[in-house]
Design a protein around this ligand. Structure first.
Ligand SMILES: [Zn+2]
Length: 212
């Protein structure tokens, strides 16, 4: 009888180990409600227009919790959908206080548009030995990818084409925008990180202090 009990306990332990294995079923990490409430208040105070999105659990570690759809941050942004509030707050601050004034000061033209390349996506980290089969920050709408900036004079500054531009000012602009993003986001990945990021900046509010 005792042996059976021990065997059963061992079976439970091993089953438990399987469910917690990376890549197996998992729970999406949710932000504390108080944190989201404070963040929404910050966005309102900053005059950012947004819609609060309903929480949705898509399973397998994917879901949208405490997220917003930014509707007006002062500069048009394409290619963004659900963003967790902390990422949206850092993103709006970055565009308004660094990307836009930097374009005018360094490149001599006002910023017309920001080209986003997606926010929520149920997937793992790609192209990284660091990530392994971890869920991407995109799987919980906690990350935003940015591919380029369009200026009012018609110029388009693209991460893919201009990261190593022959024009030093353009190169410097992109690197300064990355440096500014690193002060606002936990994780910032650029073309300097790996080939998977050759065409965009990955910005994530995860408190990781990882800036490449
Ligand atoms: Zn990304």
């Amino acid at each position: 009888m005792k042996a059976v009990t021990v065997l059963f306990a061992l079976f439970l332990l091993s089953a438990c180990g399987r469910t917690q294995r990376p890549g197996g079923p998992r729970e999406a990490v949710r932000p504390p409600a108080r944190e989201t409430a404070q963040c929404l208040a910050d966005l309102r105070r900053d005059g950012v227009d947004f819609r609060v999105l309903p929480d949705k659990d898509y399973g397998e570690g994917c879901g949208v919790f405490g997220a917003v759809q930014l509707t007006d941050i002062g500069v048009p942004v394409t290619g963004i959908t659900a963003m967790r509030c902390g990422t949206a707050r850092a993103f709006a601050g970055w565009i308004r206080n660094a990307v836009a004034p930097g374009a005018y000061q360094m490149l001599g033209s006002e910023l017309a548009r920001v080209e986003g390349m997606g926010t929520y996506a149920c997937r793992n980290v790609v192209g990284s030995t660091r990530g392994g089969d971890r869920r991407s920050g995109h799987a919980i709408a906690n990350a935003v990818d940015v591919g380029g900036f369009v200026l009012k004079d018609g110029r388009r500054i693209s991460v893919l084409r201009d990261w190593n531009s022959a024009d030093e000012v353009t190169r410097t602009y992109l690197r300064q925008m990355r440096a500014s993003a690193c002060r606002r986001f936990g994780t910032v990945l650029s073309p300097d990180y790996n080939a998977a990021h050759a065409n965009h900046l990955h910005l994530e509010d995860d408190g990781a202090r990882f800036c490449r």
